[in-house]
Ligand binder design. Sequence first.
Ligand code: SF4
Length: 338
Amino acid sequence: MSDAATEMPHADPADETLMQVDDLKVHFPVTEGLLNRQVGSIKAVDGVSFSLRRGETFSLVGESGCGKSTTALAALRMQPVTAGRILFEGVDITHYSQAQMRPIRRRMQMVYQDPFGSLNPRMRVRDIIGEPLVVHGLAGDKVKYKARVRELMALVGLLPDMADRYPHEFSGGQRQRIGIARSLALDPSLLICDEPVSALDVSIQAQVVNLMMDLQEQLGLTYLFIAHDLSVVRHISNRVAVMYLGRIVEIADRDPLFDTPRHPYTEALLAAVPVANPVIEASRPQQIVTGEVPSVRNPPSGCHFHPRCPKVMPECKTETPALRPRDDGRLIACHLYD
Ligand code: SF4
């Protein structure tokens, strides 16, 4: 193994930016015929840029198929990148080999959506949680290993004495806690949370979200959070990026984004979420968007949102709006603000 693969990259704690993603593209070839001739490409992620500040929760939201999960997987280098640049802790990892990525992976871990499917039913909880330590050669002796697993279980609110049990002996919420404990085993700085509570009962969701917020504070974690449930996003996020057909259309701090969305798609997305308070609900602007989400295989020209946008202008059909900083500090990709 090369030196680059064994050395941990230098992380400067004074550097506020943990990850920087520039103009990221993930395109999948569309092939045809016996010879698999490439006849086009699906632009699942098409020029996405964002940065993650240390200790924050940055959420990616948007309708299913908008490219949120592909963006996150590509940022983790778990998905081939077509173009763009990814910096993690100041190091350009865009073209790192799998061997070079190995020590980096310790610092960036995934929390999966499905606490049922992501845990091996034949493994004891101790070995599920401790497996990353073994894989990375950090398990130490038996005593150390057991102590670390007990520590991780206690950290996520599980009784350490349950370490010899199997996943089916736990509830859905407990299984997600097991998944979180496993993701913390290597002491990461970044957790990519892909719909981490959407498979759980609503009553359990709040407990898991609150646990994640506590752990963030305690361990100084940064979260890249992917969710379609906007109430969960509002609860946990510091900043939010809204995606539509492979592009980010708006990035803003949480409260301004939810209180005064500015991109027409953000307005539409939020308008679709009912508000419990009838007074607020009645006073909200109703930005109803018509039409189906177009296929990412054949997205509309110019601004991808133009066929559904109630504020569409002639240039929207031909010119792609750039994601630019606006007067209030947020980033918006829309000709209305050019
Ligand atoms: Fe609507 Fe045009 Fe803005 Fe796109 S660029 S969101 S079509 S106004």
